[in-house]
Design a protein around this ligand. Sequence first.
Ligand code: NAD
Length: 548
Amino acid sequence: MTGANHPLTGNFHVPAPENEPVHEYRPGSAEALSLQAEIKRIGDLTQSIPLSIGGKVFETATTQPVVSPHDHQRVLGRLSLADESHVRAAIEASLDARHDWSRTPWYERVSIFLRAAELMTGKYRDEVNAATMLNQSKTYHQSEIDGVCELADLIRFNAHYAEEIYTRQPKSTQGEQNYLDQRGLEGFVLAVSPFNFTNIAGNLPAMAAMMGNTVVWKPSEKSAVSTDVVRRIFEEAGVPPGVINCVHGDGKMVTDIALADPNLAGLSFVGSTQVFRQLWKKVADHIDTYKGYPRVVGETGGKNAIIAHPSADMQALLTGMTRGAFEFQGQKCSAASRAYIPRSIWTKLKGRLAEQIDSLVVGDVADHPTFLGAVIDEVAHDRLAAAIERANSLDDHTLIAGGTTSKETGYFVRPTVFETTDPTSFALSTEFFGPLLTVYVYDDKDWTQTLKLADRTSQYGLTASVYAGDRKAVAEALDILRDASGYLAINDKPAGMSIGKQQFAGARASGTNDKIGSPLALQRWVSGRFVKENLAPDTDYRYPYMGA
Ligand code: NAD
């Protein structure tokens, strides 16, 4: 459908966005029983996960199994892998769809995605959750807040921000009309998403498409089963053929082709710092051949610190460390993975922390008491096992809790805490992306130096937490940590945000800091054209100062 054919006239408003209520899934409740039935249904299937190009799905001869991390013999899906011809076809399909989609009225584009939000919170709520639980090993709560609530919230709030962007128009005066035409980018957008959040996977293509772009979407192969539910929801909601083209496959091959195409208009990436840097370099390599200057947006790794002042509330700190470092096995980009604790608090906290962490249940996420599932795959398991082994081998590192791993039935890593006396330890600066927290204990008098130490210890700048009762200490932390993170929590864990209230992204090596959950993120996917219409054109070239 093109704008020219659209029958509605008027200035329309999207519904005022509200956060999707989070279901609790208490044991034995109707919602828990319904979700458990869906987990059983999806868990018993081996789904075929196709590519989707130009509105058609393709199953390819080359496939890859997608397994459940906490039960790796369970094959949830067979993922069709794209070859070069599929990637080229996806680019072509997105370029073909661009003309009509970019001229479809914004409120119609937005209403298609709002419909998708209704489907994911209604008809498909159980399926999104079951797929996310099985495929990414998320607990009931972690899955509900990710794949259902946060994705629906992102769509609903982004619809509202889109309206804001389109409504913001220049001044017109008598005799002159001014228009800001917020065009989608010329070309196609390449969206490359990570495994860890179903909502990020869905939001990357949705956000660009909402603003009038057409997209080649390369999701992570590790979370392909849950991503595929989102793809099907978008299609059922009415996203037209060619607007979002989903190609699975080797990331390097897909991005090599897409980033070399002269029509690349933007790269929307979430994932590791190392891969983002490779992609940015490829964009730079092709700069002479692009038709424009592609927008490059990337949100990447972190080494997020919890920094406690001697005036901190110990119980709140204990809860923040436990949830902040170990929910979803520490595989949130925003998870805490280092902590700076004053000695006066540590002497009392250490035993309680060890006891609490050792009591956390690790296992099958369908079991209600489970707090941590498995890490995503064998590579992640081995990376964490190696880091634990290395820390254990160092005299200045002491194991406080956890420290064991197993990959027999699933890729399990016990939540692990080390204490180190080495402020430059690898464990305080390297992102391991798992349930590994390293604590550095400082003398109470060294608060200011500790803030400076935390600021310079890692290359990242994603999230941080400060726990303090003393407001002067908070003010000092806000000042010294000014460039250390894009998201700072005071007396709260560094992970976990609510769309519409908090905005998320980081700087330094953590990304381009285009705040997700804000109009800034959407603004990157439009390119303005200014139109001036003179209603009373001048008819004499001479100015008054020139005299008669
Ligand atoms: P990843 O970088 O391994 O993969 C991300 C995407 O890039 C996937 O689709 C993957 O298939 C693709 N890819 C992998 N190697 C590639 C290559 N050589 N060339 C091209 N594409 C390639 O990241 P991941 O393991 O899926 O996710 C975890 C990482 O993402 C962590 O570093 C985490 O901090 C980060 N992350 C950041 C944010 C944020 O908002 N800052 C959010 C989520 C995750």
